[in-house]
Write a protein that binds this ligand. Structure first.
Ligand code: ADP
Ligand code: ASP
Ligand code: MG
Length: 415
């Protein structure tokens, strides 16, 4: 007997038929004698609709009320799944974040889980009850509902797995694992049987939305055994209930992977923008004066490029950020103009960042050069570049996104 957390995403609970299918996956594990907690997302499209309504009501809405609205999708699916399980003879009840409770930080709309009291859940496992938990939500220090940022149900699932000491956390979604790149963009993408935490962290933070970044971080820190697998397969097909070797992708420590490729995957993120500050003073404290105020407004800046000054007095600075944050960032920079000291600010939206990721890069030369050559051959102009030990990111015009992903996928022999 083991303790398993099973998380089902939006497409997996999109309607009552799909929820019935999810219930069959849950029943399989219960019938195999396991203790089970289930975490559900809202029905696919629901959260977008709810977010849209809050914007329509008022673009400058109170984040606490935003959380009241957008957390409601998960309340619906948790109740529906509990009802469906009960109708199949499975002892189940639903839990909202505040009932467990899942304590979060006070950053409404992007809260972090700080603590989970798993004792009630564990006691009820002992009574043979399945917990069906609304993902994406918890309760803040102000005792109000708080949500975890888009895609946050993955994080709910891993945090609960850590909180109840589960043997495994299965993330069920609409693909049967983590692929070398988004299979919707490159049909030749291959499913990985394992991927290292560090690589998955990079893939997720660079745009592969199959897992929320924070969920991977938590799994790495708390040593949660995490699988990505499909809810769309027949719940009772051969091997689906195999405890040691379930179908899907295992996210694991690097040393569990015997044959490490140089490049593991390609990720992309759309809706990137760049902001350039021209003729900045080239003196200590300028970067702090720019990025401090942006960070105070929770604006996530990514690639930062600063020129070496030609004359020792002035320089240019360019950085990237999500397109949705551009107006806010421009507002902050205008307000800080005196303090920062620059001539003009320019911005461009509609960009995409494509990244090549692989732990094997640490010990191989020439990986970046291969990417640049491939882009040159396709006539794709690179606007900015950043690298780390295990990734290379390039910023390009969004019309070339798919072409760049497929080209890189093929030059690194991932097809
Ligand atoms: P859920 O609603 O189950 O949370 P998401 O839509 O958040 O599902 O994530 C699953 C999607 O992630 C897939 O449909 C796929 O298009 C996308 N995706 C992006 N990159 C990858 C990748 N490298 N491997 C697998 N899926 C990926
Ligand atoms: N329903 C939330 C979202 O769409 C959380 C999730 O699906 O993980 O972002
Ligand atoms: Mg998701």
């Amino acid at each position: 007997m083991a303790r398993i957390v099973m998380k089902f995403g939006g497409t997996s609970v999109a309607d009552i038929d799909r929820i019935r299918n999810v219930a069959r996956h849950v029943k399989r594990e219960v019938d195999n004698g396991h203790e089970v907690a289930v975490v559900v997302s809202a029905m696919s499209g629901k959260t977008n609709e709810l977010v849209g309504w809050t914007r329509e009501a008022s673009p400058m809405h109170d984040a606490r009320e935003y959380d009241v609205v957008v957390s409601s999708g998960e309340q619906v699916t948790s109740g529906l799944l509990a009802i469906t399980l009960q109708s199949m003879g499975v002892n189940a009840r639903s839990w909202q974040g505040w009932q467990i409770p899942i304590r979060t930080s006070g950053a409404h709309g992007a809260a972090r889980i700080e603590d989970i009291d798993g004792s009630d859940l564990v006691r009820r496992f002992g009574e043979g009850q399945v917990a069906v938990i609304a993902g994406f939500q918890g309760i803040g220090p102000d005792n109000r509902v708080a949500t975890l940022g888009r895609g946050g149900s993955d994080t709910s699932a891993v945090a609960i797995a850590a909180g109840v000491n589960a043997d495994r956390c299965d993330i069920y979604t609409d693909v049967d694992g983590v692929y070398t790149t988004d299979p919707r963009v490159e049909p030749k993408a291959r499913r990985l049987s394992k991927i290292a935490f560090e690589e998955m962290l990079e893939m997720a933070s660079l745009g592969a939305k199959v897992l929320q970044v924070r969920s991977v971080e938590l799994a790495m820190v708390h040593k949660v055994r995490m699988f990505v697998r499909s809810s769309f397969e027949d719940p009772d097909a051969e091997g689906m209930g195999d405890f040691d070797n379930p179908p899907g992708t295992l996210i694991c420590d690097e040393d569990e992977i015997l044959e490490q490729e140089v490049v593991t995957g390609i990720a992309y993120s759309k809706d990137e923008a760049q902001i350039s500050l021209r003729r900045l003073s080239d003196s200590p404290g300028v970067s702090a004066a720019i990025f401090g105020p942006l960070s105070d407004e929770y604006i996530n800046v990514d690639m930062i490029v600063q020129n070496i000054s030609e004359d020792g007095t002035h320089t240019d600075m360019t950085f990237t950020l999500p397109s949705g944050d551009v107006d806010k960032a421009l507002g902050v920079l205008e307000k800080e103009k005196q303090n920062i000291g620059f001539d003009v600010v320019q911005s461009e939206t509609g960009l995409v960042k494509v990244s090549v990721i692989g732990i094997g890069m640490r010990s191989h030369a020439g990986v970046a050069a291969t990417a640049f050559k491939a882009m040159a051959e396709k006539g794709i102009n690179i606007k900015a570049i950043t690298t780390s030990e295990i990734k290379i990111s390039i910023l390009i015009d969004s019309e070339y996104a798919e072409l760049a992903v497929r080209t890189l996928h093929s030059v690194y022999e991932l097809d």
